[in-house]
Design a protein around this ligand. Structure first.
Ligand code: PEP
Length: 247
């Protein structure tokens, strides 16, 4: 069976209660899209967003590896699940850069997500200098090896390739470069996870917009997108859901 596309949004540190109107608009416009839809809002909105409708599934943006305890300011996968989340991002480049998260940390967070019944959206991607130096495949291969636990399957995990230099910059790799990376990731996963490799959804992330989503989602081994800025408004994200539904 083919892989169902996923349109995933990451609101980052944006979104007060009024932003829930964007989810209501998406629910009205897409009662039954031909793709999965996920939005990861700030943790304060998870519960209210999960209560709105059935099209938009809700995710966290990060989780602690432990289920509970003395970790001020952190949130566990169990607490996210209790609030209505069905997924959580782990290893986003902003977490890796701002909070020094290592591949081992990301690996532990992915296992924590599964423990709570959440899908782990495991993020990888090279920096601009790593790409310029011709090291993009090597870097992403290393991140996959370190960040994707042995127990990962297509049902409990999604892999998001997000070149750091394309996030929030308006820069996008060529379609050939996206295809090269996604084909490479599938081949690496076939070595590390031979039974699951064909089932993993591989998302592309980095300046996806309604105007470029269809061509990106048509690329070999691209099974949808992880979208930052263009996920904040229903009018923009709706175009991306449409592209994922038709792709
Ligand atoms: C992201 O934050 O994961 C992202 C891809 O952001 P943007 O779409 O704004 O580049």
């Amino acid at each position: 069976m083919g892989r169902r596309k996923l349109a995933a949004g990451n609101w980052k540190m944006n979104g007060a209660k009024a932003a829930l109107a964007e989810i209501e608009a998406l629910e009205a416009a897409f009662p039954a899209p031909d793709c999965d839809v996920l939005i990861c809002p700030p943790a304060t909105l998870v519960s209210a967003m999960a209560a709105i409708g059935s099209t938009v599934k809700v995710g966290g943006q990060d989780c602690h590896a432990n289920a509970s305890g003395a970790h001020t300011g952190d949130i566990s996968a169990e607490i996210l699940a209790d609030a209505g989340a069905t997924a959580v991002l782990v290893g986003h480049s902003e977490r890796r850069a701002d909070h020094g998260e290592s591949d081992a940390d990301v690996n532990a967070k992915a296992e924590a997500a599964w423990r709570a019944g959440l899908i782990a959206v495991i993020c990888v991607g090279e920096t601009e200098s790593e790409r310029t130096e011709g090291k993009a495949l090597e870097i992403v291969g290393g991140q996959l090896a370190g960040s994707v636990p042995a127990g990962a399957t297509g049902a409990n995990s999604v892999i998001a390739y997000e070149p750091v230099w394309a996030i929030g910059t308006g820069l996008v790799p060529t379609l050939e470069d996206i295809a090269e990376m996604h084909d490479f990731m599938r081949a690496e996963l076939a070595k590390s996870h031979p039974d699951a490799a064909e089932d993993f959804r591989l998302l592309y992330g980095g300046s996806v917009k309604p105007s470029n989503a269809a061509e990106i989602f048509a690329v070999s081994n691209v099974d949808g997108g992880l979208v930052g800025g263009a996920s904040l408004k229903a009018a923009d994200f709706g175009g991306i859901i449409k592209a994922a539904s038709e792709g």
